[in-house]
Design a protein around this ligand. Structure first.
Ligand SMILES: Nc1ncnc2c1ncn2[C@@H]1O[C@H](COP(=O)(O)OP(=O)(O)O)[C@@H](O)[C@H]1O
Ligand SMILES: [Mg+2]
Length: 323
């Protein structure tokens, strides 16, 4: 049996952007552009990169909340992109997503018992009301919301941000999925409760034998959580490798800039000027050459014409740069 849970091949997601009155056509935004990577069973793979680089879209494509423009997503050997909606339904239980803002991903008018139990209703596992309530109680206890009876009949606004995110995690785990895509699960929370949520995710991962895609724009969080880290820039995966390799030996200039942020600020500003030019991420349309050319200090004429493919520089560490 293969140890690969997800295999993503040449995944592309193109959205229609705003209407351009000068060109008289809609701009096409390549939110995810020819992205390929694998996630092994039991692994936590991180996706980092600035806002708008395509992290959430990638997670939504993996969990089939979005239908790709082209490319393939294999889940334990099955190509999810080729399945009919009916066939896909049986797979949906196996992968869940935890969204960034707990308040947006749950219905404020529902009680906690109904929010956590809703996936059971959707997947037809709610025939026995007593058993369903018991499953919700167990789920609340597993995310340390105890005594569970105190939480069952509350509404989301009666909980703190950290408690709400625990409810979202309990809801996403109630169907015993094999894979979780956690999309910046702590970025809306107070610093004081962040560590608790991260540790909870790590505990749940061990307990339930989960595999995880962990999205963050914060490298230190990725370092804490992930076995491997993938770096995205303008819809492309520009580097991927083992966490310690990415942190100690970043190869792509964009990754180097991200790693330098973790250092002291003065040192960072000086170092950053030597690595990347400040620039606006504006065009997601297909361009010629390297995706990073406008911001790279080492950009050569060759880089402007030919797009660098991902190449292996050390064991399992890949970078899309000629550097
Ligand atoms: N439904 C959509 N329609 C149009 N554009 C979208 C849609 N979803 C995302 N985008 C665009 O795709 C790009 C990537 O978005 P996203 O995946 O949310 O980035 P990230 O999660 O890294 O911040 C952004 O430019 C965003 O505006
Ligand atoms: Mg996002």
């Amino acid at each position: 049996m293969s140890d690969v849970l997800f295999e993503v091949k040449d995944l592309v997601m193109a959205f229609h952007g705003n209407f351009n009155i000068f060109k008289r056509k809609r701009r096409i935004i390549y939110a995810v552009n020819k992205v390929s990577f694998t996630i092994h069973k039991g692994e936590i793979v991180g996706l980092i990169g600035e806002s708008g680089c395509g992290k959430t879209t990638t997670a939504r494509l993996l969990t089939r909340l979005l239908k790709e423009t082209s490319g393939d997503v294999y889940f334990d050997g099955t190509n999810l992109c080729k399945l009919t909606d009916t066939k896909l339904r049986s797979f949906r239980k196996s992968f869940q997503m935890v969204f960034q803002d707990p308040y947006e991903s749950i219905n404020p008018n529902m009680r906690i018992v109904d929010i956590i139990g809703e996936p059971l209703v959707i997947h037809g596992e709610s025939k026995d009301k007593g058993a369903m309530r018991q499953r919700v109680v167990t789920a609340l206890e597993s995310v340390d919301l105890t005594p569970a009876e105190d939480f069952l009949y509350r509404y989301p606004h009666q909980l703190s941000g950290g408690q709400r995110q625990r409810v979202v995690i309990a809801r996403s785990l109630i169907l015993k999925p094999r894979f979780i895509a956690a999309d910046e699960p702590t970025s809306m929370l107070d610093v004081s409760v962040r560590a608790g949520i991260l540790n909870l995710l790590l505990q749940m991962k061990e307990r339930l034998n989960l595999t995880m895609l962990f999205i963050t724009h914060d490298l230190s969080t990725a370092r804490y959580m992930c076995d491997r880290i993938g770096v995205m820039y303008k819809g492309r995966l520009v580097e991927i490798g083992p966490t310690n390799q990415i942190i100690s030996n970043p190869a792509h200039p964009y990754t180097k800039a991200l790693v330098s942020v973790v250092k002291d600020l003065t040192e960072f500003i000086q170092e950053r000027e030597n690595i990347i030019k400040d620039g606006q991420v504006n065009s997601y349309t297909l361009e010629e050459g390297c995706i990073f050319q406008e911001r790279c200090v080492q950009c050569s004429p060759h880089c402007m014409c030919v797009e660098p493919p991902l190449r292996e520089i050390t064991d399992k560490h890949f970078v899309a740069c000629r550097c």
